[in-house]
Design a protein around this ligand. Sequence first.
Ligand SMILES: [Zn+2]
Length: 426
Amino acid sequence: MEPMAGMHTGRGGRRSALAGGIALAGTAAFRATGPARAQGTSRATCTLADGEDTAAPVDCSGDDAARAGIAASLVARADALAQGDRDAFLATLDLRNPTWRRIQTDYFAARGASVRRVTLRGTPRALQAKPRGYVRATIEFAPPGASATEPGAGSSRASWVFSRGDDGTWRHAEPLNEELGPRRTDDRGLFVLSYYDWDADVLDRVAAVARTAWAKVGQSLPLPVDVRPTISLNPTYASHSGLRGSTTWAAYLPGSRGTVLLRSPDSYGAGTVPIGESPDDQLLVPLAHEMTHLVNDAIISIVRIPQWMSEGLAEHVAEHLRAGDMAGAVRSGRTWTLDKASDVIEWGADPARDYTPSDVSLAYAHAAHGVHYFVERFGMASFWDLAREFATSRSWDRSFVSATGTSWEAFGADWGAWLADRYGRS
Ligand SMILES: [Zn+2]
């Protein structure tokens, strides 16, 4: 498992990037909940009729021609990657969407930088007809060195979209914005889902995860009565600028009073999951993380408190402490101050600073453990006392003593001892 990276932009938005080069969830094209189509029936054509209802998934796994074409496309892609052949790689893509082209060319360039990287070979399993001739395919990847996919043996699964070119070849694609259909809202009581027609078949799955995430946040924080989250689902990289980053999973827009951006399940950006694990479960951490930012922002403006407090709180509430990262840092003597963690989180994506994705993940681990220790020692009420004091006074040392009765320096030393006690023995 790759270390989970975290990314955050200070001005543009708070983002959680919860995976490395390949991200988490996606797939399970046929678990969607539409009542209409019985399981086990599949169509011999992946072409939808105009106006055909897509709120229920349309299983076209019986379309052998589409399956063979997509399989050939996957072979061509894997060969191109293995050989470092950029032109051959581009030929496997539908390049009409410029953002999609950037995501894929960046991916190719990044792979070229890691020559020992294994090329995983994917096999299309279930197919789902989507509007405008697109097909969403559940792809299974065998583990390195293996040809077959088996649950629990390192196999993974993803959901990729394909289009058929004029020459009949199938190409890895993301639809253009205008092909996603109108954006609609679906009021689910506790929250509102904002979605394109394209995602009509995954809404119930997202709602189920959102309910769990919101309840999780409510266990740690007072949920604001006047703010209801709007979860904006985005099935492509081009559908929202806040999710244009290749590893950005979800994002909260500060000051929006409630909008959380989320990658759609069953989209390329939602990444891969091990076969046998639920892709939807993996939405839970990013969603709880971003919903925590939302609640934080309703209590005190998120841009007026240090990064380690806001990001640490989000990871603490989402129960995503990155303990492995932290333990490794403690045992190798590579622990930072929380001020340093804030700096890495703030500037992690800036090439001039030279921070690596694992640095950023480690900074999130520090922040999460900093908040965890703070709350364990002083309680959540003191956390908000500190946040309010500092937001007003802008004097950190004085605010810290006032809220906790302890100096910032002494707190840092105590926290270091607590970390050593928790992780110092292997
Ligand atoms: Zn965050």
